[in-house]
Design a protein around this ligand. Structure first.
Ligand SMILES: NC(=O)c1ccc[n+]([C@@H]2O[C@H](COP(=O)([O-])OP(=O)(O)OC[C@H]3O[C@@H](n4cnc5c(N)ncnc54)[C@H](O)[C@@H]3O)[C@@H](O)[C@H]2O)c1
Length: 313
């Protein structure tokens, strides 16, 4: 795709802000729509044009009309599983209605390609088989998992009805610098931040719950590839390897030189126990494989937190 205008919704957030940096590096004009509910202006590259707009508001359509974006990366979302179990309506409004409003705006302004950030961690429930492929049953255990999936379904409807071109990326647990501790994979940020401050992190449940942790730069690379590949397809974006919360605690303990044990609390409603993503489809069709290993990725994340010690992230 030519270096045209890219619009990133949620571009002041964790993953979105890294994507904005990369798109600017690649020579695109980049615009960002964000309501700053969890995103932060300090995440945002000053070379991007910022629109303080809520995706559920009518102002979104006006923004699309003004910008006429060629490609849209849709990342703006309510991203917390536990918040979705408490405030399911708010979750649905942002993730379902917001996505629907975005699709209407994209249809009206003739967007060439939509790349949608979905979840691999919260769609498949506790799958019968791990690693779990894109063809596994969709059985979300939380309103968040369902609302992200309804977003996918609306996108597919718009593709059938209006020939909207799209790629869906279903991420594992994304971690790295600028990660919001409240988000889907906050555990790395929460543990590391607590340990660096000499505070005791809390493990929910027995800590044996496994996730597929994928570094943010690898997720950005998948988005870049999806601009030109994977039309009309959904891809798991993870590592194919499971890591338990206990393992994350131990790895971070070493990196931060933390000396104590974790606190424990009962598991939380909506949490999946074991999810590992089969990412062979992304390798075959997008030519994408993860490059950053867990130890390296965790070290970068801790380094970032150390450099920002005392600064709320
Ligand atoms: N972090 C993960 O592990 C993970 C895993 C799977 C999927 N995802 C998906 O990736 C995307 C980005 O997640 P993230 O981890 O960067 O989270 P994040 O919370 O850092 O980013 C979300 C951004 O969307 C913005 N936003 C929220 N509601 C909005 C609204 N109504 N209007 C405009 N902007 C709004 C927030 O201010 C924030 O900047 C989300 O769609 C999320 O569902 C994330």
């Amino acid at each position: 795709m030519k270096a045209g205008t890219a619009l990133v919704t949620g571009g002041a957030g964790f993953i979105g802000s890294h994507l904005v940096d990369r798109l600017l590096q690649e020579g695109h004009e980049v615009a960002v729509v964000d309501n700053l509910s969890t995103g932060k202006l300090k995440n945002l590259n000053h070379r991007a044009t910022f629109f303080h707009v809520d995706i559920t508001s009518e102002a979104l359509t006006d923004t699309f009309r003004r910008l006429q974006p060629d490609v849209v990366f849709h990342l703006a979302a309510q991203t917390s599983v536990s918040a979705s179990t408490k405030w399911a309506v708010n979750d649905g409004e942002t993730n379902v209605i917001g996505t629907l409003r975005l699709l209407e705006a994209a249809r009206q302004t003739g967007v060439e390609k939509l790349v949608y950030s979905s979840t691999g961690g919260a769609l498949y429930g506790d799958p019968v088989e791990n690693p779990c492929s894109e063809d596994a049953g969709i059985v979300p255990l939380s309103p968040y998992g369902l609302s992200k999936y309804l977003g996918e379904q609306y996108i597919q409807l718009y593709a059938r009805s209006y020939h909207l071109n799209y790629t869906i990326l279903r991420y594992g647990n994304v971690y790295g610098p600028r990660q919001d501790p409240r988000g889907e994979s906050g555990v790395v940020g929460i543990f590391a931040k607590a340990m660096l401050a000499g505070k005791q992190p809390c493990i929910f449940g027995d800590g044996g719950q496994e996730r597929d942790f994928v570094y943010v730069d690898d997720v950005v690379e998948a988005n870049i590839r999806a601009m030109e590949h994977g039309d009309g397809r959904a891809y798991n974006i993870g590592t194919g390897t499971g890591t338990s919360v206990n393992d994350i605690f131990q790895a971070l303990k070493q990196i931060t030189r933390y000396r104590w044990n974790a606190d424990h609390a009962p598991s939380r409603p909506g949490d999946v126990y074991r999810i590992i993503l089969d990412c062979r489809r992304a390798a075959e069709e997008l030519g994408w494989t993860p490059r950053v290993g867990l130890d390296e990725g965790l070290a970068h994340t801790v380094e970032f937190l150390r450099d920002h010690a005392g600064v709320p992230i």
